[in-house]
Design a protein around this ligand. Structure first.
Ligand code: NAP
Length: 239
């Protein structure tokens, strides 16, 4: 079983790559940062697993297509690489708009278009897209991030319908706030305040999100497709 995990050099993707390797998958660790990539590969190998690193920039279509080509036949595709920058609409430049759409929406589309037909031909495959709770909850300043992931959620449902009868399941996981290098630059008070918007009253560790992703990717979820699973600590009701 081979799994391609995009954005596996950091945070949630790294945790997913390690858990998939623990479950016996040969993992293709993707990212831009070769040093962090080889660190993750070394961690997986040290734990007795198998992994290799492929570098590609998700803003560059030719690079994403090369990644798909070099990955070859994969059984599991985890579209995790993502960026999240928070600006009000008046401050959202065209470049930032394009960046969110390219990394969060277009790259998963390019990889799915390249790899899902092979899965369908072999009669089995599983794709998990990493979304965000922000795609469903209205929060000022999340515009392009939320929109790029909301598009990914609808693509998840469409892809599940297109490939389902050929043995390919497509699902998404929508995490709430997670402690990762990507959220490191937020101060502790902000992170705590965000955690307090959840029923569980705290932010998540990457491994907790990875559990949900690996479940959906595995045969244990054999009758689940086209869903967006919220791994977000519960939404608080008003009052
Ligand atoms: P992170 O720590 O910032 O890691 C982001 C990963 O994406 C890195 O591996 C990075 O690779 C890769 N990446 C970013 N831009 C790229 C590009 N242009 N080309 C190739 N790779 C690129 O992020 P994270 O917090 O783990 O988030 C992972 C996913 O979960 C994202 O899709 C994010 O939207 C989603 N999410 C996160 C949270 C949260 O609170 N952390 C909440 C909800 C959803 P390199 O650094 O090697 O380039």
């Amino acid at each position: 079983m081979t799994a391609l995990v995009t954005g596996a050099t950091s945070g949630i993707g790294r945790a997913i790559a390690k858990q998939l390797a623990d479950e016996g998958a040969e993992v293709i660790v993707h990212g831009r940062d070769a040093r962090r990539g080889s660190d993750v590969v070394a961690e997986i190998e040290k734990a007795g697993g198998a992994a290799r690193f492929i570098q590609a920039d998700m803003t560059d279509e030719a690079d994403v297509l090369r990644l798909a080509d070099e990955a070859g036949d994969v059984d599991i595709l985890i579209n995790n690489a993502g960026i999240f920058q928070f600006y009000g609409t008046s401050e959202m430049t065209t470049e930032r708009f394009d960046l969110h759409m390219d990394v969060n929406t277009k790259a998963p589309f390019l990889l799915t278009r390249a790899l899902a037909p092979g899965m369908a031909e072999r009669g089995r495959g599983s794709i998990v897209n990493i979304s965000t709770l922000a795609a469903a909850v209205t929060t000022k300043g999340t515009g392009m991030y939320a929109a790029s992931k909301a598009a990914l959620e609808q693509l998840t449902r469409v892809w599940s319908a297109e490939y389902g009868t050929q043995g390919v399941r497509v699902n998404a996981v929508a995490p709430g706030p997670v402690r990762t290098p990507g959220t490191d630059d937020m101060d502790a008070a902000t992170l705590k305040a965000i955690g307090e918007t959840t029923v569980l009253g705290r932010i998540a560790e990457p491994e907790e999100i990875a559990e949900a992703v690996v479940f959906l990717a595995s045969d244990r979820a054999s009758y689940i497709t086209g869903i967006v699973l919220e791994a977000a600590g519960g939404r608080l009701s008003i009052g």
